[in-house]
Design a protein around this ligand. Structure first.
Ligand code: ADP
Ligand code: ZN
Ligand code: ZN
Length: 767
């Protein structure tokens, strides 16, 4: 008899580990690590995941006390190495073990046990995606062509449709009425054959000219050095990390491609992570142009079926290069030679719901588990990664930084000028566009080139504000300022999605909810206004393409806009953060940042870092071809180090004051920071639960060196969806095991009815 360690799918912190079950003889060949199984737990049926298979039960348990596994519900979706990483994730991020395993399941798998009410029998709900087979019809191979009867016009139509080659049954049915009966009749006579073929869904296609990665004649010095460091890390085979610190356009993608070629030659695969918003067909195309069908693509814009097919290609060993968003780390690729995280500084690598992992940390752990190398790439590396490279070793592995300060060939970094908007205003210019930006746009149009205009997202939204009392309407259910939508005359809450019809000044019915004044006016830089003012400058001399969440919703929306921009002769692309990343259009010679400083004012210790990397990234979109680029940054805060650093291409101008501040205040990278948020409908029970938790944490820590418990306090977003939100922040030394302590404290707090507690270790969202 063999035994299995099973993690039961009950998402509670009270259940810490796995439980032993016997593998009955009839399931002997079927139960393996990674399977979803049906077991009995606490006298009721439960779904579980096999994380280990053993010859003996755990010591001390008599074999006849161990219950059998009842059924295998889904085949294996992860291996032992992945199971170990999941177990680390549960400890590190203080989440229930089953929540750490769920991301490793096949996309679209939904298997659970439930019952209608307390007396009803338990029912198994099983939904799994599977491969889709499609019916194809082709002509049978025969000596002589089949001749249908005179009046069999449908059969004739089918046969003539097939004359040019096989056709999908669905297509025949859509074009020829009664096609399925005709095909059945023809099949019975041996005239046609019906075959099932596997269809693979997903995998982006594009016509973008920049979506192929031409192999360069020579690698740059920086690229060679990066590849050498990566080779050394691969040879060390213990999870060493190489940080490729290369300016925008320095050819980091070529480094990734060359490194992947080398590991593929050794028969190994690679995981490539790209931020969700830059995971465009352009990016995917570069990998496909080098590795063809060996590439699988995984991201959240794919349908469940598409995700399943791409995932299944990897599991079947048909694709060895996985390009995806952070969740690509869970792909069933077991023989991994290399993990790459492009734009590693991106905040979106942190998962916002349980398991709240950071892709960089998870990848580092996975690289150690698989004995492969981890490559991090960025023009603006995170302060965390830079600190580890300075320390040289971290978590038992080497961290090496390689710098690539130059662009290949003749391309040079763009010139950056900062425009102080307070002076524009004082000088009588009331437009959103400074004189500098206006004339630069004029030049671009005259030379028939392309420009990109960035609107910093937080300032992008328009609000209604009373000019008399300063009131900004807030959502009554969430503490979020409502944004104003000019086209639909609506106020909308971006937390809960509710909308209200409204009017704004100069409409005579506009009224302030606070003081009754009529002067409720739109405030902030809205798309509409930018578009209108841009139209006055550009006229019909250039195409204006707007890219934001409104215009890119829907499948392929983003893609179509980029293809339009690519195809245009002379165009201006206006957009939010999503345009800052990864775009590589050589004809872009001007980048304008309309409002650089809105993100600087956010109450978050990373505000400066985020603004700096956003500006540096967007500036990097200019001058990637032969013609030099120009960047104009409009700001009300010209002296800020983040802006000065971008203006002078000198990271240290930002880094040294920033690091001093972080050290002073005990923030990352000098400390770890966790955010524990309690939420619920009743303010009293929420407060009580969090007070108890904070008191317990303080008791457990007893003033331990380098630890600090802050709060409880209301979150900045103190309400969301009618629930109040309070939080406790915990600071700890960089090498401290925070997850362990926070997991223990929340377990011991026990369940509090009506209160949910979210533990966010190494948090990025402080609101
Ligand atoms: P990054 O990812 O660092 O911003 P990319 O990888 O997009 O930069 O490269 C910028 C451009 O330089 C691309 O068009 C790429 O084809 C080209 N390139 C990369 N390496 C070389 C090289 N060694 N020689 C010539 N061109 C190169
Ligand atoms: Zn008012
Ligand atoms: Zn709301």
């Amino acid at each position: 008899m063999r035994y299995a360690h099973v993690v039961v799918d009950i998402p509670t912190r009270a259940l810490e580990g796995a439980f032993d079950y016997a593998i009955p003889a009839e399931l002997e060949g079927e139960v393996e690590v990674g399977c979803t199984v049906l077991v009995t737990f606490s006298r009721r049926p439960q779904v579980g995941y096999v994380v280990a298979v053993m010859d003996h039960p755990v010591a001390g348990v008599s074999p006849d006390k161990i219950r059998p596994i009842q059924q295998v519900l889904a085949p294996s979706s992860f291996d032992l190495g992945a199971a170990r990483v999941a177990s680390w994730m549960a400890r590190e991020y203080a989440c229930p073990p089953c929540e750490a395993l769920r991301p490793f399941l096949a996309p679209g798998q939904l298997v659970k046990v439930r019952r209608e009410d307390d007396d009803a029998p338990w029912q198994l709900v099983c939904e799994r995606s599977g491969p889709v087979d499609v019916r194809w019809v082709r002509l049978a191979e025969a000596e002589e062509p089949f001749e249908p009867r005179k009046n069999a016009s449908r059969q004739r139509a089918v046969l003539s449709a097939l004359a040019a080659g096989p056709v999908r049954m669905a297509e025949l049915a859509a074009t020829i009425p009664g096609a399925s009966q005709a095909v059945a009749a023809l099949e019975a006579k041996g005239a046609v054959c019906v075959e099932m073929r596997r269809r693979v869904r997903g995998g982006d296609e594009t016509s973008l000219s920049s979506a192929v990665a031409k192999r360069p004649d020579h690698l740059t010095e920086g690229q060679k050095q990066a590849l050498e460091a990566i080779d050394a890390a691969c040879t060390a085979a213990r999870g060493d990390v190489v940080l490729v610190d290369g300016v925008t356009g320095s050819g980091k993608t070529e480094v990734y491609l060359a490194a992947i070629e080398r590991v593929r030659a050794q028969g190994k695969g690679a995981l490539v992570l790209v931020p969700e918003i830059s995971l465009t067909a352009q990016t995917v195309g570069r990998f496909r142009s080098r590795f063809g069908d060996d590439v699988a693509v995984l991201h959240s814009r794919l349908s469940a079926g598409e995700r399943y097919d791409q995932w299944d290609l990897v599991r079947q060993g048909l694709a060895h290069v996985v390009v995806g968003a952070r969740s690509a780390l869970f792909a069933p690729l077991y023989n991994v030679g290399l993990i790459i995280i492009d734009e590693e500084h991106e905040g979106s690598y942190k998962q916002g719901s349980a398991p709240r992992y950071h892709a960089r940390e998870l990848a580092a752990r996975l690289a150690r588990e698989r004995g492969c190398a981890l490559v991090l790439g960025s023009a603006t590396p995170s302060l965390e990664s830079l600190a580890r490279c300075r320390a040289k070793t971290w978590g038992g592995v080497r961290w090496t930084r390689v710098s690539m300060p130059e662009r290949p060939g003749t391309a040079v970094l763009p010139t950056v000028s900062v425009v102080d908007m307070t002076q524009q205003f004082a000088g009588g210019n009331r437009s959103i566009f400074s004189r500098e930006l206006t004339s630069a746009l004029e030049e671009v149009i005259e030379r028939r080139e392309k420009a990109v205009l960035l609107l910093n997202r937080r300032g992008f939204a328009t609000f209604l504000m009373c000019r008399e009392c300063g009131c900004v309407p807030e959502c009554p259910h969430c503490s979020t300022s409502l944004t104003y939508h000019e086209r639909t005359h609506e106020l909308a809450c971006h937390t809960c999605g509710r909308t209200w019809p409204t009017t704004a000044w100069p409409d005579p019915s506009a009224v302030c909810p606070n003081c009754g004044s009529r002067y409720m006016g739109a405030f902030g830089v809205g798309t509409q206004r930018v578009e209108d003012e841009l139209a006055m400058i550009v006229g019909d001399r250039a195409e204006v393409i707007r890219m934001d969440t409104d215009t890119t919703s829907g499948k392929g929306g983003h893609q179509r806009l980029l293809e339009r921009f690519d195809a245009a002769e002379c165009a201006v692309l206006v957009g939010t953060q999503m345009i800052a990343k990864g775009l590589d259009f050589p004809e872009v010679t001007l980048v304008g940042v309309v409002n650089a400083d809105t993100t600087l004012k956010l109450p978050d210790f990373r505000a400066g870092e985020r603004t700096y990397s956003l500006l540096e990234q967007v500036a990097g979109r200019a001058g990637r071809g032969e013609r030099p680029g120009k960047v104009i940054v409009q700001t009300y805060w010209a002296a800020h180090p983040a802006i000065q650093a971008v203006a002078r291409h000198d990271r240290s101008l930002f880094l040294s004051p920033e690091l001093d501040e972080r050290m002073e205040a005990d923030y990352p990278p000098y400390a770890r920071l966790a955010n524990v948020v309690a939420s619920g409908r009743d303010p009293r029970t929420v407060s009580l639960a969090l007070d108890d938790l904070a008191a317990d944490l303080r008791r457990k820590l007893q003033g331990a060196r380098g630890w600090e418990v802050l709060g409880p306090a209301d979150c900045l977003k103190a309400r969301a969806k009618d629930r109040v939100r309070r939080h406790v922040m915990v600071k700890a030394p960089v090498d401290a095991n925070m997850g362990e302590l926070l997991g223990r404290a929340t377990r011991e707090l026990g369940p509090r009815p009506g209160v949910s507690i979210a533990v966010d270790v190494d948090c990025y969202d402080l609101m």
